[in-house]
Design a binder for this molecule. Structure first.
Ligand code: ATP
Ligand code: MG
Ligand code: MG
Length: 366
């Protein structure tokens, strides 16, 4: 089987690294000027931009049997046109829904899945009447790692936000005083079978995921089964095939869904070390029409993102840590790699992660 992936970042890299041992081959669709270093040596890369014929792209990709994505910001026409040549999984409609925050919220509301109170494309000054400060405004497209988001704390922030007309194609939502951020990573096969990884505890700084721990400690079983039920209903409603992540806030003992990712997700990277089958292999298995691999985990696992740090020397790795360095150009604030940790207990895991973090060297802005 030959699989083409839209995107040339670390997620494409890790999908290919998981699929190559199954005997699958890969090619990658790059946007003009996209940095393709992450996928160097893993397959051919073809560049495409909106308006170009897709038939030629399909040939340049080596006539894939299936196309998938590593990101949700994909030209909708690209995926629907590729569907004339081979299956596109997850389907273009599902990717487009998760690629636009308002469409995604409408799906959640339709399914009765709780999320923060929000308004779409409405001046913030009108939102404050029904939603109270503080608010968070988020552009519906092109947001990741907390980019294209605005914190509105004061009436002055509201006035300045509106003056710049920033509310266009944005959602404005209630700031949630969450206790924890949890994510559910699950996979659905072509035959509709769903497997769930354990809930993961995520810690973000400045909107960027810094570390994850799985399974999330001290989460009531009712919350875990609620998360599984919610993501199952979402995947079924979208007729979804592949891995999906659902990011949630835990607030006053309730889950609120923050966003969906129609792809493998940073909060599932620990599955490379801690699960019978990684999220990457399971995504490949799902889209290829294979039986899903087991999602049960061994021990306690953690993941630390290497953000704007030099590549750590491999002699820092202990017997229970693994390094995934993406081979990107090193820049401050950029996700350059991650480290996975396994431990017998949660306190031991936290200590290991902390120790590793201490020894990382940050790159300084030029
Ligand atoms: P990702 O890289 O996960 O795709 P993103 O840029 O799409 O991120 P969000 O996940 O919506 O953005 O927000 C990033 C982070 O900002 C969240 O993980 C959370 O820590 C914080 N945040 C977002 N929305 C809210 C909110 N309504 N209330 C409080 N904190 C929030
Ligand atoms: Mg997002
Ligand atoms: Mg997020």
């Amino acid at each position: 089987m030959h699989i083409a992936i839209v995107g040339c970042g670390q997620l494409s890299r890790m999908l290919a690294l998981a699929g190559l041992p199954l005997g699958f081959t890969f090619s990658f669709i790059a946007a003009p000027r996209e940095d393709t270093r992450c996928v160097t040596g893993l397959g051919t890369t073809a560049t495409w931009q909106p308006g170009q014929p897709v038939g030629h792209l399909y040939q340049a990709l080596g006539q894939p049997d299936c196309v998938t994505v590593e990101k949700e910001q994909v030209d909708a026409g690209l995926l629907t046109q590729l569907q004339h040549y081979c299956p596109v999984l997850p389907n273009p409609e599902a990717v487009a829904t998760c690629g636009h925050r308002w469409r995604e919220r409408q799906l959640l509301v339709r399914l009765g899945i709780p999320c923060a109170a929000h308004r779409y494309d409405t001046p913030a000054s009108q939102c404050v009447a029904s939603l109270s400060l503080p608010l968070v405004a988020k552009s519906c497209r092109d947001g990741y790692d907390g980019k294209n988001q605005w914190r509105l704390d004061t009436p002055e922030d509201v006035a300045s936000f509106d003056r710049q007309q920033l509310y266009r194609d944005c959602i404005i939502e209630q700031r949630i005083p969450f206790e924890r951020e949890l994510s559910q990573v699950s996979v659905r096969s072509r035959t509709g079978r769903i497997c769930h990884y354990p809930l993961t505890d995520n810690h973000h700084e400045n909107g960027i995921l810094v570390q994850s721990v799985a399974p999330a400690v001290d989460v009531p079983a009712t919350i875990a089964s609620q998360a599984q039920d919610m993501i199952s209903r979402i995947m079924e409603a979208l007729d979804y095939v592949g891995v999906m992540a659902m990011e949630c806030f835990l607030v006053s003992g309730e889950l609120l869904v923050n966003e969906l990712a129609p792809r493998v997700h940073n909060s599932g990277h620990w599955t490379q070390s801690g699960s019978a089958t990684s999220q990457f292999e399971n995504h490949v298995r799902a889209i290829a029409g294979l039986e899903l691999g087991g999602t049960d985990m061994h021990g306690v696992c953690g993941m630390l993102n290497l953000i704007g740090t030099q590549r750590p020397p491999v002699d820092l790795l202990s017997a229970s840590t693994t390094l995934h360095w993406y081979g990107k150009t090193v820049r401050p604030a950029r996700k350059l790699g991650h480290v996975n940790f396994r431990a017998r207990s949660h306190p031991e895991l936290v200590q290991e992660i902390g120790r590793f973090q201490q020894s990382c060297t940050r790159v300084q802005p030029a």
